[in-house]
Design a protein around this ligand. Structure first.
Ligand code: 4AD
Ligand code: MG
Length: 479
């Protein structure tokens, strides 16, 4: 079917030539013996106006050109007399490709996002979701381009795995077993010998452990794929299936890791400003009036680099001055999103890279800081912490909270093993990972960026369910 995309029609100056446009009807109105059809084909947020002389088109057909219907229009491209659009199509022939029933769920404007989630199969046709999906695509292109240009190899890690990278046990199991007839041993434990993989397997929570194998062979890799977490957190920031980007780099230290995190995220934001102007302007107008300002703001300043211990001091100081938090934040506590947002949005008013977290709530693979004789440790730029810390480096963003989780990895075999034993972790499925520390170990580091959290930030959307086409959350796997 020969047709011109609306994005190209709207940029064309070939007035007087014949064009064919196809798309879905946004609106159809009649005025002074002329019909105006606003058509959108998803190539841009903008519609093309098709001007129809009702005398020249079958009246029955024209009646079926309702919101949501799919039509093909052929006509002459002309300069538009109307404000806000350069060109329009003077229709010569109109074809109805698909009529649209009156029960079309996206009929009315201004539906709530909650309503649209229940009709997620059709919400992609709305202006907002069109804009979000085009930006999502652009961010994926930015990410691949960034890493390709910086010499990283796109590395594919498995989705089905027998190891739990984060050690949090939030994994979805993968099995072909009949769940109603499970064989169990004397202790009541399930026997997996006759299962598909002959052992217990799950969907991955992170490709990092395999990513480290890639980095310690190829120098620098990144993954970009789906990740699964069976955490029962019903928040606007959590999905059970989300996409993660995980670069992993050999011979990179803590300072360089933070440089990379900052440079990479700024590159993505700049890409959005440079390549998604129309969609951002739409979202800035309709969803969040400070969106573009906030995106530009992130590019202006350097991110703050803040040891966890200093962060706790700032939060304690705030509490002394009357600030109320729901959750405690004493040294050793995992920060809640309210604490992260206080530091980023109220105290510093810019993104923060937090470093040197207490060992107690971070993962086993992180590089351990030097312990002091009195039970403390020495971390980033010689800062002293009252307890053992690890070189975790998370990026905290306005509106979002944690957008990146990263760390320098513990390269010492002895220290890594010490930590695995201290945590009483099951080593059966980690032998290949531990081997990296036995055969030519090297300093290395990496991070994971939650793709949907980046999209939340770049679009100004409020709920993570609205930046992925088909969200998976507790009790919800429709579409
Ligand atoms: O902080 P996390 O758990 O780190 C890791 O998985 C590391 N293995 C990454 C690495 O160093 N290679 O997750 C990384 C990021 C978080 O900062 C957040 O942006 C996102 O993944 N994330 C989620 N996004 C949506 N829904 C969830 N349930 C998420 N859990 C984590
Ligand atoms: Mg994290």
């Amino acid at each position: 079917m020969k047709r011109t995309k609306i994005i190209d029609i709207l940029q064309s100056k070939d007035y007087g030539t014949e064009v064919t446009v196809c798309g879905w009807v946004r609106t159809h109105r009649s005025s002074k013996a002329v019909d105006f059809i606003a058509l959108n084909d998803g190539s841009t947020i903008k519609n093309v106006q098709v001007v129809v002389d009702p005398e020249k088109v079958d009246a029955e057909l024209l009646k079926q050109v309702t919101t949501g219907a799919c039509v093909k229009a052929t006509g002459i491209l002309v300069e538009s007399p109307a404000q806000g659009q350069a060109s329009e199509v003077q229709c010569q022939s109109l074809e109805l490709l698909g009529a649209c029933g009156a029960d079309y769920p996206m009929q009315k404007k201004g539906q709530t996002f909650e309503y649209m989630r229940q009709h997620a199969h059709m919400r992609l046709r709305t202006n907002t979701f069109g804009a979000v999906m085009r930006i999502r695509h652009n961010m994926a292109m930015a990410i691949h381009t960034y890493f390709h240009e910086h010499g990283f190899y796109y590395f594919h890690t498995p989705l089905i795995t027998a190891s739990d990278c984060e050690g949090a046990g939030n994994m979805f199991q993968v099995t072909t077993k009949n769940l109603y007839d499970l064989k169990k041993d004397e202790q009541g434990k399930i026997i997996y010998d006759d299962d598909f993989f002959g052992e217990q397997t799950s969907l991955t929570v992170s490709g990092q452990l395999e990513g480290e194998l890639g980095a310690t062979a190829l120098g620098a890799i990144y993954t970009f794929g789906p990740t699964f977490r069976a955490e029962n957190s019903n928040t606007p920031r959590h999905l059970a299936e989300f996409w993660m980007i995980e670069p992993e780099i050999a011979f990179l230290d803590q300072e360089e890791l933070m440089d990379l995190e900052e440079d990479f995220i700024k590159y993505c934001v700049r890409w959005a400003l440079d390549n998604c102007k129309d969609d951002l302007e739409f979202l800035n107008k309709m969803i969040d009036k400070t969106l573009i300002e906030r995106l530009e703001g992130v590019l202006k300043d350097s991110f703050v680099r803040l040891p966890y211990t200093e962060g706790i001091n700032i939060l304690q100081e705030a509490i002394k001055n009357g600030k109320k938090f729901e959750f405690p934040c004493n040294w050793g506590d995992d920060l809640a999103s309210e604490h992260e947002r206080y530091l980023v949005e109220e105290h510093f008013k810019k993104p923060v890279i937090m470093t040197d977290y207490p060992r107690a709530f971070k993962s086993f693979y992180m590089k351990q800081n030097q312990d002091t004789a009195d039970g403390g440790s020495v971390g980033y730029k010689g800062a002293v912490a009252p307890g053992p810390t690890m070189q975790g480096t998370d990026v905290l963003f306005p509106q979002i909270g944690e957008i990146i989780g990263g760390s320098v990895r513990e390269e010492s075999y002895e220290k890594l093993m010490g930590e695995i034993e201290r945590r009483q972790m099951d080593q059966t499925h980690l032998w290949w990972y531990i081997d990296t520390r036995r055969f030519g170990t090297c300093p290395h580091a990496g991070f994971g960026l939650g793709f949907e959290r980046l999209i939340l930030f770049v679009t100004g959307m409020q709920n993570i369910r609205d930046v992925i086409p088909f969200p998976r959350t507790p009790k919800s796997a429709e579409f």
